[in-house]
Structures are given as structure tokens and as C-alpha cells.
Ligand binder design. Structure first.
Ligand code: PEP
Ligand code: MN
Length: 384
């Protein structure tokens, strides 16, 4: 025979009391859930901060100290430390799991506002980043290209030696000015076509491509016969006939930021190139003119970050013309790398004391070697 226990029916008053108590505990559970959701969000932020600071997720001292103080607090509140221990164990494990398995925050791609003036250059949702091929090199798409070479081609031995050093450092695109837009007409103006031919010969013979500046629309086709990429310099960023002439050669283009140009003006200049039918445009941040005089220009690395949300075009950095001093180039290359630039273009001279142009900012071959070794060891910061 089995005995059955039956719950006696509740009186109307009892139903009311139970109803009120259950409503109350439901409200508390609700609040607990909301607190847990807030706790999870804070745990996620702690995870991000730890990752940014390179700190480990688990800190044994802190966890032991925290468990002890929670047990004391639970006893004080009359909860008994068993419940507190179990609950905190569960929450801590959940926090660690969140911190360890955090996917990177997705970056929402939206069309930049008021961007019709640069509608071809602007970033659109679903648009893949542009990758510009310059011979073997690929600028954009996650790799970090180091373009290097002297400010100017000065004579044949100088450019041959520079090419030897650049090649030894793993450089794939060599720079060198043949048509130099100097501030003063009394300064060395470059060797023109002869210099370009020496540069092209030195670089191509060693398997490197060449980027060089064009200053006159009439020279664009001739320069394009020898160079693999054409540079439009800061002083000419808004020279529309030059932009069109360079674009029409079909060669990849390096568009430097004007020293007094806003990012939007710079993107509008890029728009002229794209509109002329040339999709292979790389932007180059080379510093802007501010009140500061300790540096030659002020390197605006924020443009590298801001342009990521504005354009699909690759962005590289020229720390040489920004800093103006060779000893500041390496740290600025590291900064460009860290903020997601697609590469750098830097000046190196085989005997910098003899440089006819921008001597103060010329790297020695050894300094260039250190920079290239360093950036090739660290994975790029660019992740999307
Ligand atoms: C150069 O790269 O040689 C040069 C003159 O740079 P910028 O146009 O940035 O001054
Ligand atoms: Mn220079």
C-alpha cells in the first residue's frame, strides 16, 4: 500500500500571498539577469583591454583575493559561503570563456556621408579593398610594403649602390626622384630623363620596380615608359592636368597628400584619377603643415585610420618627408604599421653625408635594413 501526500487546497488569502511573493522573486530574478548581462558586457571590455595591453586573462592573485572577500561578504549577508563560492565560480568561468573566445569587434561598413564628390573612391558596403599591383609587389590587402630609395638620382654610381642596398633589404619597389619639385629654384632640380633611365636600369636589373615623380603633364608618357608607378607629389596634388595625364598612362599611381589638403580634398584628387579610368591608385600620407617646427611636417597618422572608413584605396605613409630627420623614421614606420597602413615609402642614401637633396632625413643602408627586418617579423596590424 502506498501513501500519497496531497497538497491541501489554498485559501483565497493564501493564493494572494503566494502570488505576491512569486511576483517579487520573479522581479528579483529579472534584475539578476539584467545584472548578469551588464556583468558580461564589462567582462568583454576587460578582455579587450587585456588583449590590447598584452596581459593574460587569468590573474591568480586577483582571483584568490576576490574569492576570499566575496565569501566574507556572503557570510556577512547570511548567505553561507557555499552558495557564494558556487555562484562566483560559475560567473568567473563564464567571464574567462568570454575573454578567451572573443571574436574581433565587427566594423560596420557604411558609405561616408556627403561623399558624392568622391563617389568612385569612397568605401561602399560590400566593396573589397583595392589592391594595387606594382610588378611583383601588392599594395593593399593586408601586406606591408616598404618602398625605399634616395630622394633624388644624383649620378650613376650613387643609384647603382642605392639599388644594391635596397635589394639586399628585400625592397621590391625602389623610389628615386629624377624630376624634382624643389622649394627653391637654386636647389638641385634632378637629372630629368637621364636620371630616370639610370634609376630604371639599376632597379630593373635587380628585379625591383620603380616609382618616380612626374611634375609636368607633358612628361607623363615618357616617364611611364621607364617607371612602373608614377608619383604625384604633395605640391601637385590638385594639379588637375597633371592628374589626368598621369592617370591616362595606365600606370599605377601614388598620390601624395598636399601639405595643406584635407582628407576630402585628397580623396577628390584621387577621384580625378579614377574618373580618368585608372583604378590603381595608392594614397600616401606625408605629413601636413601645422604650427609645429620641430618636425618638417606633422605626420597625420589619424588620416590612415580615418581613411579606412572613407575609401577602398590603399594608404601608405611617408615618414621621411613628415619627420625630416633620419633618427625618427624607424619609430614612425612602426607607428604606421601599427595603425594599419599598407606600407611606407622612405628615403635612403648610400652615403647620406653627400646627399644633394634631403640629407637630414636620409636613412643609412643599415638603418633601412633594421626597418625592413622589423616590419617583416611583425604581422601587419591591418585585419580587414
Ligand atoms: C618626394 O617624395 O620626393 C617628395 C618631394 O615628396 P612630397 O611631394 O611629399 O614633398
Ligand atoms: Mn625628398
Amino acid at each position: 500500500m502506498t501513501t500519497q501526500t496531497t497538497t491541501p487546497p489554498l485559501a483565497a488569502d493564501d493564493t494572494l500571498v503566494f502570488g505576491a511573493l512569486r511576483a517579487s522573486i520573479d522581479r528579483i530574478d529579472d534584475e539578476l539577469l539584467q545584472l548578469l548581462a551588464r556583468r558580461a558586457a564589462v567582462a568583454r571590455d576587460i578582455g579587450l583591454a587585456k588583449r590590447a595591453a598584452g596581459r593574460p586573462v587569468f590573474d591568480a592573485d586577483r582571483e584568490n583575493h576576490k574569492a576570499e572577500s566575496l565569501r566574507a561578504k556572503a557570510r556577512e549577508l547570511g548567505l553561507g559561503d557555499g552558495l557564494a563560492r558556487q555562484l562566483m565560480g560559475l560567473l568567473t568561468r563564464d567571464s574567462f570563456a568570454r575573454q578567451l573566445h572573443q571574436p574581433p569587434e565587427p566594423v560596420a561598413v557604411t558609405t561616408p556621408p556627403d561623399s558624392d564628390a568622391f563617389r568612385l573612391a569612397r568605401l561602399e558596403p560590400g566593396r573589397a579593398p583595392t589592391v594595387v599591383a606594382v610588378a611583383e609587389a601588392r599594395i593593399g590587402g593586408g601586406l606591408f610594403e616598404v618602398i625605399a630609395g634616395p630622394c633624388a638620382v644624383e649620378n650613376r654610381p650613387q643609384i647603382e649602390q642605392a639599388a644594391d642596398h635596397a635589394r639586399a633589404c628585400g625592397v621590391r619597389v625602389m623610389r628615386g626622384g629624377a624630376f624634382k619639385p624643389r622649394t627653391s629654384p637654386y636647389e638641385f632640380q634632378g637629372l630629368g630623363l637621364q636620371g630616370l633611365q639610370w634609376l630604371a636600369h639599376a632597379a630593373h636589373a635587380r628585379g625591383m620596380a620603380v616609382v618616380t615623380e612626374v611634375t609636368d603633364p607633358a612628361d607623363a608618357y615618357e616617364v611611364a615608359r621607364h617607371a612602373d608607378m608614377l608619383q604625384i607629389g604633395a605640391r601637385n596634388m590638385q594639379n588637375v592636368p597633371l592628374l589626368r595625364a598621369c592617370a591616362r598612362t595606365g600606370k599605377p599611381l601614388l598620390l601624395k597628400r598636399g601639405a595643406g589638403a584635407t582628407m576630402r580634398e585628397w580623396l577628390c584628387a584621387a577621384e580625378y584619377l579614377l574618373l580618368a579610368g585608372n583604378p590603381n591608385v595608392v594614397l600616401c600620407e606625408r605629413g601636413i603643415r601645422t604650427f609645429e617646427r620641430e618636425t618638417r611636417n606633422t605626420l597625420d597618422l589619424s588620416s590612415v585610420v580615418a581613411l579606412r572608413g572613407m575609401t577602398h584605396l590603399p594608404v601608405i605613409v611617408d615618414p621621411s618627408h613628415a619627420a625630416g630627420r633620419h633618427e625618427w623614421i624607424a619609430p614612425l614606420c612602426r607607428a604606421a604599421h601599427a595603425c594599419g597602413a599598407d606600407g611606407v615609402i622612405i628615403e635612403m642614401h648610400p652615403c647620406r653625408d653627400q646627399a644633394l637633396c634631403d640629407k637630414r632625413q636620409a636613412l643609412s643602408p643599415g638603418q633601412l635594413m633594421q626597418i625592413t627586418q622589423e616590419v617583416h617579423e611583425v604581422p601587419t596590424a591591418r585585419c580587414g
